[in-house]
Structure formats: C-alpha cells, structure tokens
Design a binder for this molecule. Sequence first.
Ligand SMILES: [Fe+2]
Length: 254
Amino acid sequence: MTHQVNILVIRSVSLPFESRAKSKRHHRQETSNLIFFAVTIHVTGYPVSQAFRISPPWSTRFSYRITTMFEVERFLFDCKNALRQEPSQNSVCEVVARAVANPSAVLKALGEPGKGEIQTLYRAQDLTILNVIWTPWMTLLPHNHQMWAVICIYTGREDNIFWRRLPDGKSTKVEAAGAKALTAKDAVSLGQEIIHSVTNPIPRFTGAIHVYGGDFFGPVGRSEWDAETLLEQSCDGARMARRFEDANAVLRKT
Ligand SMILES: [Fe+2]
C-alpha cells in the first residue's frame, strides 16, 4: 500500500494571546503572542489536520493535536476505487478499517443514530455500502449474504454469532460455530459462505458501516434461519430491513 503525503496548507499567524498565571496571592493576566500554524496533509486519501500551538515560554509550552476528518463521498469513492484496483474484499477492508480508526469523525459525518434502520450509502451490482443502525437489544436472525462482507463499528457494540450447517447434509438446520463481539474501531471481513446473527446487546443505538461485494438488495437467493427451529427459510434485503422497523416498534413500547 502506498502512503501518499501531500502538504496542502501551511499557515502561520500571530494572534493576541491571553494567559493566566496563578500565584498564591493574586491572579496575573498578561497578553503575549500566540504562534499558531496548521498543516493539512493527505495520507492515503484521508485529510489529516495537524494543528500546532506554541505559547510562551516557547521552550516549555507546546501542544500538538491531530484530527482526522471523515467525508462520506470521499469514503465511497475510496471503496469503489479500491475495488477497481484490486477486486477483493481485502482492499475494501483496508479502506473501511482506516475510516473507523477515528470513530467519532464517522459519527459526526453520519449523524447521531436516532432509530434502527438501514441507510443505503451506495448501491451497485458489484458493491453495496450501508450505514446500519442497530436498535437497542435488537437481534437479527441467522442469515447469509451470498456475497462477501466487511463490517466495522463506529459507535456501540455488535455481537456476532457465526453458524454452520449441520454436517449430516439431511437437514437445513444450523448450529453455532463461533462468536465475536465488535466495538468501535473493530472491522471484520466475512466470506461469501458466512452465516451469522447479530445482536446489539447495549441500551443505546449501535452504528456500523457494512460493505458488501454485490447488490445487497438484489435477488441473490439469501436465506435466514428460524429463531426457534433454526431451519432455513428464504429471505431478502427488504425483509431484513423490516426487522429494523419491528425492533423500533418494540423499543417504543418499552
Ligand atoms: Fe449480515
């Protein structure tokens, strides 16, 4: 992976500066000069603003701050571009993991979650990018995607149970095979054959970016497994979306 660093802005200004120095007997106020300069660079496509502040005495006071912006359009472009350059989920996973490295920036860009829903950020034949908001305590039945997926969390928690078909080949039933709890900054890559169920186990909304290697809402022959019998039944993207409305209705009643 190539790291490209472009210095876009270099600014140096001198501003009036007011500082207070406390002593045991009195407060002293003094005005001096604050030297402030900011450098904005792009590292692998993401703008990273670095702000430096130097206040007197220059040798002893120095503050340094780094903030990473998240821009939805830029993120979508990077996902599409990564897939075009290397048509595998690994390339997209790198982009997604980098985006949620600063989850508060993602939350600021996408907005504070207010209800459980699936927001479609991008949809095409070869790629779907969703902002998935999990209602508190909500559980989605075991299901497959019939395409690879990358999941990353920017707020809250998402517990995944992974399932496998019974090896006897006679039944459509599944059994639990593993589990993984995801919290902010976590990103996982799921293969095309993965079956998983998802629970938001906390009393607030969980926000996650889900990326799929195909048209998530297209006729891909998706399945889900019944909550009680764990037997396979047909499912589609629209049906999964309605699960969120049901979860919101339950939440309103509580
Ligand atoms: Fe899923």
